[in-house]
Structure formats: C-alpha cells, structure tokens
Design a protein around this ligand. Structure first.
Ligand code: KMH
Ligand code: ZN
Length: 280
C-alpha cells in the first residue's frame, strides 16, 4: 500500500496540453509569454509543479528541441516551479522526438506506463519505449512522474521498477490520469482500486479529465493524494462556464486543499517531497 498522506497538498498545473485548440479556447497559453505569465499566476495561486506542453507559431503542438530548451530556461528564470516536460507530446509525435525532450534539461518529465486508446486516437507507449525512456531518465537524473491512465499501467510500473530499480532521486511519484475516453473512468471506486495497486511507498496525484475533474479532486483529497489541474485536462470551470484562466483552477484546488487541512506545498517543499535536487 502507498504511504499515508502528508500534511500538505502538491498541486501541479497542466496549463496547455497538446489537444485543445487556441481558437476554441482563447485562454489557453500557447506562446512563451503566455506560458510564463500563466506559470507565475499559478505559482502565486498555490501550484508547485508545471506540466508543460508547448506550441509552435501556429499554436500547434510541437516538441521542437530549441523551443523546449527556451521554455525550460524561461520558466526557471521567471518562477520557482518544478518544470516537468511532457514526454507524451501529441499522439502524432515520434518516439525519438519524445526521448529527445530530456535534452532540454527539465527538472522532471512525465512517463506514461502503457498504450491507451485516447478518444478516436491511440496514445502509443509500447514497453520497449517505456524502458528506453526510463533508463534515459536515470542516466540524465531527470525525475519521472509515472502517468497511469489505466490499471494495467500500474502493473507495468511494477515491472519497470523490478527490472530497472528506482527512479532518479529514489522516490516514486505517480499521476492517475482518469476519465480519458479509452482509459480508466474518473470515479472514486476506480481511484481507490488504482491507489491500492500502487507500489509500496509511492506517492500520487490524480487528475480527472473533463467532467470527472471534481469527483476525482474530491476523491483524491479524501484518500490522501495530490492534485493536478489545468486546461490540459478541463476547459470547463462549471456547467456552461469555460475556464477563464488556468490560475482559477489552481485557486479552486488550493481552496479545497486548505479546506481539507492539507494546504498547498511551496515549490521548495515539493522539491524535497519529490526528491528533486534544488536548483543551483
Ligand atoms: N497528449 C497526450 C497524448 C503526457 O503529457 O505525458 C499525452 C499526454 C501525456 O499528455
Ligand atoms: Zn500532458
């Protein structure tokens, strides 16, 4: 069983993602200026980690290495947030370009533990790719967050740790991504089953996609987990009311965390919690 809850809540913001279109969601941060402004606002609201996808000049998802490196540098310069780059990218990205994300020098990265249907698409993560990416994180000392879209992916996480040992930093932190059409449903019984299956000593966050955002958030807080929120995961704040800015999702998560008497962690506290080395 995972360890008991801490006294505080780790809040991750995932402000952009690879799927939403700027034309349909004007508040989506897609330029470097928009992203850094969002990051500052979200840090002030209680976020400690930023999960980053970037866009090109036409606001399309990209894994362009120079843009990624500039993004990491700008976020480090402008905020104290832990910069976690997505290695999932978009469903169209090649495995090589996803591995090359680590060249940008992030503090951490996402690492999805299996292939999953993703709406009408497939988010491909065959085991040989997972293995290669994991070993690269160990070599580069980039701390992975294990993204789990389904219960079978928890089994793959156990296999990965058994074969290759602990991650950089030595601590296992997971993110349950729930409610993706094709992945595990975003409800409390499924959350409880996934948490019970995690490796001993692992800590975890959860995020519910779309309308599962609130049930997953309440369930995660009640079960001692941490929270990921942001426009990557939901574009609707309440029925019929689009998200106006990422920070309002962070503010809501921070308010609920305080109500649960587990206030948000600062970025420095989160670094210690996740065993990510302090920035020089
Ligand atoms: N955009 C999804 C296909 C991750 O960032 O690691 C994959 C994703 C997961 O968002
Ligand atoms: Zn992502």
């Amino acid at each position: 069983m995972p360890e008991r809850p801490g006294a505080q809540t780790l809040i991750t913001v995932a402000p952009t993602g690879a799927e939403a279109e700027k034309a349909a969601a004007p508040a989506l941060p897609v330029t470097l200026n928009e992203l850094t402004a969002t990051a500052k606002e979200c840090q002030a609201a209680g976020a400690a980690v930023i999960h980053v996808h970037i866009r090109d000049e036409a606001a399309r998802p990209t894994l362009d290495p120079a843009r990624l490196a500039d993004t990491v540098a700008a976020l480090h310069e402008g905020t104290d947030l832990i910069v976690q780059l997505s290695t999932g990218g978009a469903v169209t990205d090649s495995f090589d370009s996803r591995l090359a994300v680590l060249d940008a020098g992030p503090d951490g990265c996402s690492l999805t533990c299996g292939t999953v249907n993703f709406g009408d698409d497939v988010f491909a993560n065959p085991y040989p790719f997972i293995r290669e990416l994991y070993q690269l994180t160990q070599e580069r000392q980039v701390v992975p967050e294990f993204e789990l879209f389904d219960l079978g992916q928890v089994a793959t996480l156990h296999r990965l740790l058994a074969e290759f040992g602990p991650p950089a930093g030595g601590h296992v932190h997971c993110d349950l991504v729930m409610g993706v059409p094709g992945g595990m449903p975003g409800d409390v019984p499924t959350l409880a089953a996934a948490v019970a299956a995690l490796p001993a000593g692992a800590t975890w966050s959860a995020t519910g996609i779309g309308r599962t955002t609130l049930p997953v958030m309440f369930g995660a807080l009640g079960a001692g987990g941490h929270l990921r929120v942001g426009m990557e995961d939901t574009l609707t704040f309440a029925r019929g009311r689009p998200v106006a800015r990422n920070a309002e999702l962070v503010e809501r998560a921070a308010d609920l965390a305080r109500l649960a008497q587990r206030p948000p962690m600062s970025p420095a506290e989160a670094r210690a919690y996740l065993a990510i080395a302090p920035r020089p």
